[in-house]
Each structure stands twice: as structure tokens, then as C-alpha cells.
Design a protein around this ligand. Sequence first.
Ligand SMILES: [Cu+2]
Length: 137
Amino acid sequence: MKRFLASAILLAIAGCAGPQVREGAITPAPGEKVLDLRAGSYFFDPARLSLPAGESVVVRVSTESGIAPHSFVLAGPDGKIIARRELNKGGETFLRVPPLPAGTYTFSCDKSFLGKTHRERGMRGELIVTAPGTPGK
Ligand SMILES: [Cu+2]
């Protein structure tokens, strides 16, 4: 039983580590593009970000202090989750986004409050990844 539990825990840990996004302290490399985003109850500002395809970028989320915990979840055009981070209240959270193919991605907060998700309350936005040679925005 103990052995079963240990392997179940190991599996759970392995399952959490996404192959594309490195967890832990992230600092933008020199010259690396940084996208700034503000988060709070219940918004992301700006609600639309754009980024050239195939470029790694660091998203810096400044979160307002408050009671409600928030998260940043990035999903692909197919709805598959690419990255997820808990946001630091009253502070900054850095998240590295791997180079992405062109498309419309969505970001949102997956927390909920009184039976409604923060996403439904307005904590969502779009990340437009533009193909090379396509004018952004
Ligand atoms: Cu939230």
C-alpha cells in the first residue's frame, strides 16, 4: 500500500511538470521580449496581447492585492492548456511562453467565486500570435 502510494505521488508530480514551460524563478533574458499584463478582480488588462509566431516571450503579470487568489492559464486555439501559474497577490508573476505557431490563444483565470468562474466574471483575454510578415494588432 505504501509503495502504491509513493508511485501514485510520483506520477502526480510528473504529471504536473509541463514539458514546455519551466517552473521556478523566471527572469527575462537580455533582449527577451516582455509582455506586461495587469490582473485583478475580475479583469486582465490589456485583454488582448499580440506576439510574433516562433518567438519566446516572458509575460509579467502584476496582480492587485486582494482577498481573491488568481491564476493565469494560457490555452491554445484547440483549448489545450499550454501554461498555468498561480499569481502572486500584490506582486509580479513571471511566466515564460514557448515559441508558438500563429493563431488565437486565450488566457484566463480558472479560480471561481460563488459558483462562477473568474473567467465568466471577465478574467479572460486573447493572445494573438501573428505569422511572420503579418501586421500585428
Ligand atoms: Cu481570478
